[in-house]
Design a protein. Structure first.
Length: 120
């Protein structure tokens, strides 16, 4: 509870939020929609919507995207997917495709992760 007034004071004085604060806010924004709990969000979608998300929070100079992703993987489980097109008629036949998804955790699960991080 004591962190809220500090966050508001920083925002009022024009201080930029950290990548960690933005990652937690992003996770909370997704968790606000119950139909997204447990869904894996593609990194491409996150990259596309990162500027819009920051603008919605009135963050004029957001932290670099790579820093945001580094913090996001701490609050949302990440998984790397590797796949190959195995169909002979496929345009990308034999080509490897790699992408990363982030799972939207249940709010209770997220609280356990945060409490463990604070202990260490």
């Amino acid at each position: 509870m004591n962190a809220l007034p500090l966050t508001w004071a920083r925002a009022a004085n024009g201080e930029r939020p950290s990548a960690e604060e933005l990652a937690v806010a992003f996770r909370c924004a997704l968790q606000a929609h119950p139909e997204l709990i447990g869904v894996r969000v593609h990194e491409h979608w996150i990259r596309q919507n990162y500027p819009l998300f920051c603008a919605s929070l009135r963050v004029e100079w957001p932290p670099p995207y790579k820093d945001f992703l580094y913090e996001l993987e701490k609050v949302m489980p990440r998984k790397r997917h590797d796949s190959r097109c195995k169909t002979a008629g496929c345009v990308r036949y034999g080509k490897r495709e790699t992408y990363i998804t982030y799972r939207v955790p249940h709010p209770n699960e997220a609280m356990v992760v945060l409490s463990e991080r604070k202990r260490t």
